[in-house]
Design a protein around this ligand. Structure first.
Ligand SMILES: Nc1ncnc2c1ncn2[C@@H]1O[C@H](COP(=O)(O)OP(=O)(O)OP(=O)(O)O)[C@@H](O)[C@H]1O
Ligand SMILES: [Mg+2]
Length: 227
């Protein structure tokens, strides 16, 4: 499903260049559920951004379902990557990034508007089914600003799943939650992986969250070590 080969990512800020990913390789099979841990600043969000095609790698090869993701200024290729991102990848951001001016349902439907001006009846039904699956159907018309952290996390997960992606990337989805809520989210991820057959790559600091994954890697010195 996913292959990273010798990925390098550097950030330069004028005075210093920092190599965050340093010849990193990873292979993720279809239906696999991977957890990634690592110290703050180790490069976990950077890695997810490369995986999510939000950030280009400086060196190395990245393949999704055998197709190479490469940025080289070619407009057709850029459109192809955009299509691949919309179709195949769902992203749960570390800070959720829900839009405060919209309701829960509107936030979840936003990714369906990437290529057209309104969502279909089928997409609206899927949004309601996802809300039901996450146990927050009653909140569908609430402003997202009135939700608890755990509820916002669940909305962000619904939004990431609305286009039925084959890959779900989640950046510390339980970072701000108590143990009970973290446990609920952990079992929801397990169900998404089991029932929707979504390949999951999840960054987490929580040992409990990592336990529900099939494999755990630790990001150290720009490379992944299997735990
Ligand atoms: N856009 C950027 N420009 C310059 N440096 C960056 C940029 N993004 C990240 N970095 C640097 O890269 C390193 C890795 O950052 P990253 O956000 O990937 O860490 P992380 O493992 O997700 O940390 P945390 O657990 O705190 O979320 C940090 O030193 C950070 O300052
Ligand atoms: Mg991070």
């Amino acid at each position: 499903m996913i292959e990273l080969e010798n990925i390098t990512k550097r950030f330069a800020d004028g005075h210093r260049a920092q190599t965050v990913l340093d010849g990193l390789s990873l292979r993720v099979e279809e239906d696999e559920f991977i957890a990634i841990t690592g110290e703050s600043g180790a490069g976990k969000t950077t890695l997810l951004s490369v995986l999510g095609t939000l950030l280009p790698a400086d060196e190395g090869r990245y393949l999704i379902k055998g197709e190479e993701v490469k940025v080289n200024g070619d407009k057709n290729l850029a459109a192809r990557i955009c299509h691949l991102r919309n179709k195949e990848i769902g992203f749960v951001y570390q800070d959720h990034r829900l839009l405060p001016q919209f309701s829960v349902l509107q936030n979840i439907l936003l990714p369906t508007l990437a290529v057209k001006s309104s969502s279909t009846a089928e997409e609206q039904k899927r949004a309601l089914d996802l809300l039901d699956f996450m146990g927050i159907l009653s909140l569908k018309d609430s402003p997202v600003t009135q939700l608890s952290g755990g509820e916002q996390t669940r909305v962000a997960i619904c939004r990431a799943l609305i286009n039925q992606p084959s890959i779900l990337l989640a950046d510390e989805p339980t970072g701000q939650l108590d143990a009970t809520n973290a446990h609920t989210i952990a079992s929801l991820f397990r169900q998404v992986n089991d029932q929707m057959h979504t390949t999951i790559i999840m960054v987490t600091h929580s040992a409990e969250m990592a336990k529900v994954a099939h494999k755990t890697y630790k990001l150290v010195n720009g490379k992944l070590l299997e735990e």
